[in-house]
Design a protein around this ligand. Structure first.
Ligand code: NDP
Length: 306
């Protein structure tokens, strides 16, 4: 615990040290998109990326609150532009992609932050499971698919970072997939496929409808939310493999991370990590100079097991 506290203090210090000129592969023309950024961790990711000098597109499903959030950051002298984006609405994704193409020609960084959770305390409320899986997994996947063709070629490579959770580990101490055959298929990159991930979450949703999910061997804590993040993690590994054969100059790196338990609306402000700390690893991964890392899972700037 002490070592962790020390490392957290070191990270706070590292955050105050500006990147040197030779580390800065980005300019003010570098475009970063952040989903669900009107509040919480997403808002703070926009703040930090804009502070490093990028142009950041703050997106939000509600136009009025998103406009207001972007205005606050612009008033602080930051280059932040608002656009509406609801990650579960195909028309909204299409309109957003069209606007990006016309306005900027493409993007360099995508941060998938938008997410929902309805479990509180020790509850395991799967009443909202459709919404959770559709937002956290299918929404994230759809925006990744829509943005990949818009990712601009560069020597540094384009970057995708998803805000995920340790709760979505395949074989965590407190949370695991108990069906050994399914776990091993999801673990193994040779057997991992988009169909397998989709089938896994669909089976869970069907069992929720049938009232049989409790016998399904699903993650024990915050089941629907954990499974949605497990799907995001699996999709990250799968996409890293699929994107790995892109030519030099056209590379796209994709990673995910757990922000810790963060004081935001999602936790009822009960977390023990500030949004600033929770945003740190996303910003660090998005801006990594000269380190081409893909298909990995991080926490506090350290790689952790899926
Ligand atoms: P918040 O609830 O404060 O923020 C969630 C954001 O996602 C809001 O801006 C919300 O918009 C947005 N959102 C939800 N659904 C959609 C949608 N369909 N389209 C676009 N935006 C949407 O929570 P956090 O800041 O804590 O969460 C951010 C991310 O971090 C989430 O992915 C969460 O799962 C993850 N995370 C959070 C942890 C924590 O301890 N807080 C721990 C681990 C992971 P609106 O305001 O309109 O609701």
């Amino acid at each position: 615990k002490e070592r962790r506290e020390k490392w957290r203090q070191e990270i706070s210090l590292l955050r105050t040290i500006p990147y040197s000129d030779h580390q800065r592969w980005w300019t003010s023309d570098t475009i970063a998109v952040v989903t669900g950024a009107n509040r919480g961790i997403g808002f703070e990711i926009v703040h930090q990326l804009a502070h490093h000098g990028l142009t950041v597109i703050l997106t939000s499903r509600e136009a009025a609150v998103g406009e207001e959030a972007a205005k606050v950051l612009r008033e602080g002298g930051l280059n932040v532009v608002f656009h509406q984006l609801d990650i579960v609405d195909r028309d909204s994704i299409e309109a957003f992609a069209g606007w990006i193409r016309e306005t900027y020609g493409g993007i360099d960084i995508l941060i998938n932050n938008a997410g929902v959770n309805f479990n509180t305390g020790s509850d395991n409320n799967v009443e909202h499971s459709e919404k959770v899986i559709h937002t956290n997994y299918f929404g994230t996947k759809n925006i990744i698919k829509a943005m990949i063709p818009l990712m601009r070629p560069s020597d540094a490579g384009a970057r995708i970072v998803s805000v995920s959770s340790r709760l979505g580990r395949l074989n965590g101490k407190r949370n695991k997939i108990e069906n050994l055959e399914l776990r091993s298929k999801l673990e193994n990159l040779e057997t991992l496929s988009e169909e397998l991930i989709d089938e896994t979450v669909s089976t869970f949703l069907q069992q929720v409808k049938d009232g049989t999910w409790q016998e399904g061997g699903w993650p024990q804590v915050f089941t629907d939310y954990s499974l949605s993040k497990l799907a995001v993690n699996s999709y990250t590994r799968l996409m890293a493999k699929k994107l790995s054969d892109r030519p030099e100059g056209g590379k796209i790196y994709i990673n995910c991370y757990c922000p810790g338990w963060v004081k935001t609306a999602m936790t009822g402000w009960n977390g023990h990590v500030s949004p600033e700390e929770g945003a740190d690893t996303a910003v660090w991964l998005a801006l990594l100079p000269d380190q081409f890392i893909s298909g990995k899972f991080f926490s506090e700037r350290h790689e952790i097991h899926f």
